[in-house]
Design a protein around this ligand. Sequence first.
Ligand code: CMP
Length: 132
Amino acid sequence: MEQTLMIIKPNAVAKAEEIIGRVKQEGFTVRQTKTLSLTSQEAKEFYAVHRGKPFFADLVRFMDSGQIVVALLERRDAVTYLRKTVGATDPSEAVKGTLREIYGASKTQNAVHASDSLANAKREIEFFFNNS
Ligand code: CMP
């Protein structure tokens, strides 16, 4: 079994239960969830790999604009499978039925984040759940 991290972003928190239900239907076990707000500093640290990119300021401003729900998920091939379930960064390009196609509004407000590699999943899980 592999673990990965999902973040339900501020524009989709109202649909968190529904989104978590869909993820469970895809065979994930939800090990832990946490609802929290990021400070601007924490959002910058979490997305440090994107520092300097043109969308970085908007991304940080959005991610500290309201509550988020983080979920530690487990499944076989969890990282790859969650990326597939979440869909493309741009909701308008996401495959029908993927979470971003359903709940996303724009590239910044794309509803859900999913770790993009096993190494990043480990780092991101530790960022939010330092007991794991
Ligand atoms: P996420 O999976 O949270 O990881 C980084 C985020 O940056 C991404 O989702 C998008 O919300 C945002 N992002 C990535 N590329 C772009 C882009 N070209 N324009 C605007 N936002 C982007």
